[in-house]
Design a protein around this ligand. Structure first.
Ligand SMILES: [Zn+2]
Length: 244
């Protein structure tokens, strides 16, 4: 879906742990730079290529991937892309870098989660664990809070810890779009806060507190990785979510 010139919300379908859902990576570009924000689960390459083709941005000119955080549905597709585009630069927040590179165990792979995996039927469990095998990616450039990336009209990095330690959101200045990864979600057309089920109580508090970091931005569109686009006065709605 076109958001504005040079920014599209892509749509990929994914099946994670037996659950079908749609995810929404964002594509941002200018004359020299094509950035994909988040790259889907493993085996998403053909879908990504097709989605880019549909918006007339050739896959071959993709040169950057920014990951909002370390979860498998955000980093899983990167290695397959790298196999075809070896010059591609991967950017992520410094606090999630060691997880993405495999130096630390992904935060989601805690005992709670492993119990859920172990409860899956054998074949499904095998398939799922296989996805984690070729997951780790070298981060070429780390990002810090408040940094402005000087491509595509300026993209500001906003550190929003909680869901993971190095979770970031991106503000695309030209279109006033806030790309939030998993910091917020859209459910039944409504913008809602972070999914508390995936976090402990302390991290959930940190995640809600992170929403305050959006207060100084004039936001026209919000793109949630899970749920898609929200454009019904986001600033007001975010204020409500902080008060809740
Ligand atoms: Zn996530």
């Amino acid at each position: 879906m076109k958001i504005a010139d040079g920014i599209e919300m892509l749509e990929l379908s994914m099946n994670l742990m037996g659950r079908e859902s749609t995810i929404y990576p964002t594509l941002i570009w200018d004359d020299d730079t094509v950035v994909l924000v988040d790259a889907g689960i493993p085996n998403s390459l053909q879908q990504i290529k097709k989605a880019m083709e549909e918006v007339n941005v050739p896959f071959e000119i993709l040169n950057k991937i920014i990951v909002t955080h370390q979860d498998i549905d955000h980093i899983g597709g990167i290695n397959e892309i790298l196999e075809e585009l070896s010059e591609l630069v991967v950017l992520a927040h410094e606090d999630d870098k060691p997880y993405i590179q495999g130096e630390k165990k992904l935060v989601r792979l805690n005992s709670n989660f492993m119990n859920r995996i172990n409860a899956l039927p054998k074949e499904e469990r095998g398939k799922f664990l296989e996805m984690f095998e070729n997951l780790h990616v070298e981060v070429d450039r780390t990002l810090t809070d408040g940094e402005e990336l000087d491509f595509c009209g300026g993209i500001i990095v906003i550190h929003t810890p909680g869901h993971t330690p190095g979770h970031i959101c991106l503000y695309h200045k030209k279109s006033k779009t806030l790309i939030v990864g998993d910091a917020m979600n859209v459910i039944d057309g409504q913008l809602v806060g972070p999914n508390k089920q995936s976090m402990n109580e302390e991290d959930a508090k940190i995640a809600i507190n992170s929403l305050k970091n959006f207060e100084n931005y004039d936001i026209k569109y919000v793109i949630c990785y899970h749920g898609g686009l929200y454009n019904n006065n986001p600033n007001q709605r975010i204020k409500e979510l902080i008060m809740e």
